[in-house]
Write a protein that binds this ligand. Structure first.
Ligand SMILES: [Zn+2]
Length: 266
């Protein structure tokens, strides 16, 4: 890698960790219906304001050894994980995209997926705000930059994005309906159906089907492992949103390669 690439890779990673620290605020406050701008960050335990020098992404958590400077109570490692994950995904978006529009498009997509996944893991709910913001952003971006959807005309870019959203919504609604008929209980939350519509608006039809396929495989592996090692907190309790998000990231970055590899098997 040449020095310029190393420089920009570092910039995107650091920028990612800073955005990650904002995503933490969204993850913490959106489900509680609190403002994501005010008040400034404070310790969830002792309510002490967090000083700027204790709010440096990744570093502060390591320096303070995961504890509040004021009261000494442990701070959830989720904060650190979200900052690190956002940094890695921003770096990946930079390395695996061509052109500024595509990098911004994917950075927005990955940020929304992180917020949705961590809220779903904690509260078993996917906030509508995230799906709506994502859908509107993707439809607009696909019209202004149709090449994001592999098209040259604005209305074709918009059409691809819209078609992805509708396909995702229709396919997962059908799966959900069939599942609840078969299992005689709700197989899948409606939040997941809206999430796959948002994923489809970013990635189009191919990403919808790949995301569902990959998330089913990942879900089966993790669910099966939980059954084998008899982990009670995992068993049947992990929501589907994070699986869909993993599927979406993999398929938007490597979707075409996956299809080529799959077709090459025959
Ligand atoms: Zn504290």
């Amino acid at each position: 890698m040449n020095p310029i690439n190393i420089f920009w890779s570092s910039v995107f990673f650091i920028f990612g960790t800073i955005v990650g620290s904002f995503l933490n605020v969204c993850i913490y406050r959106l489900p509680e219906e609190l403002s994501i701008i005010f008040p400034l960050s404070h310790c969830p335990n002792c309510k002490a304001k967090i000083k700027w020098y204790d709010n440096i992404p990744l570093l502060s958590y390591i320096i303070l050894q995961g504890k509040c400077r004021n009261c000494g109570k442990p701070i959830s490692p989720v904060y650190f994980i979200v900052e690190l994950l956002t940094g890695i995904l921003f770096l990946t978006a930079f390395l695996f995209s061509s052109g500024a529009a595509e990098v911004v498009f994917r950075i927005m997509f990955f940020s929304l997926l992180i917020v949705v996944s961590f809220i779903d893991l904690k509260h078993f709910v996917i906030p509508d705000e995230c799906n709506i913001i994502g859908l509107v952003f993707a439809l607009l971006a696909s019209s202004f930059f149709p090449h994001l959807q592999g098209e040259a005309k604005w209305y074709l870019g918009l059409y691809r994005s819209f078609l992805g959203a509708v396909t995702g919504f229709a396919v997962l609604s059908a799966v959900s309906l069939a599942g609840s008929k078969l299992l005689k209980k709700d197989a899948m939350g409606f939040g997941d159906v809206k999430l796959i519509a948002m994923i489809g608006s970013f990635g189009g039809v191919l990403v919808v089907f790949l995301s569902i396929a990959i998330s089913s495989i990942v879900g089966t592996v993790i669910g099966g492992t939980a059954l084998l090692i008899k982990n009670k907190t995992w068993k049947g309790k992990v929501p589907f949103g994070p699986y869909l998000a993993i599927g979406a990231v993999v398929s938007i970055l490597w979707g075409n390669k996956l299809v080529d590899w799959y077709l090459g098997l025959f």
